[in-house]
Design a protein around this ligand. Structure first.
Ligand code: FES
Ligand code: FES
Length: 79
């Protein structure tokens, strides 16, 4: 397993809709952060599905090193 690319060392504050599913980019290579755009093809990475529990802002991890994926848990401060 290779290391993910750090897309940014901060979360992406993103509007999500209750009941809607999103595919968080785990590899860091997507051009459509924080979501997967298929750029992981040929790597060991795959997107992670997330279904929003409520409508509002969600803070998706941009550094790809969170331990509470797909959300930021503050780990970006340690990398
Ligand atoms: Fe990163 Fe798909 S582009 S997981
Ligand atoms: Fe990855 Fe905060 S952006 S843990």
């Amino acid at each position: 397993m290779t290391e993910p690319v750090i897309a940014q060392k901060a979360p992406y504050a993103t509007d999500v809709e209750e009941g809607k599913s999103y595919f968080w980019c785990t590899c860091g290579q997507s051009g459509k952060q924080p979501f997967c755009d298929g750029s992981h093809k040929g790597s060991d990475f795959a997107p992670q599905k997330y279904t929003a529990e409520k409508t509002g802002k969600a803070f998706f991890c941009g550094c790809k090193h969170t331990r509470k994926s797909p959300m930021c848990d503050g780990s970006h401060n340690k990398i």
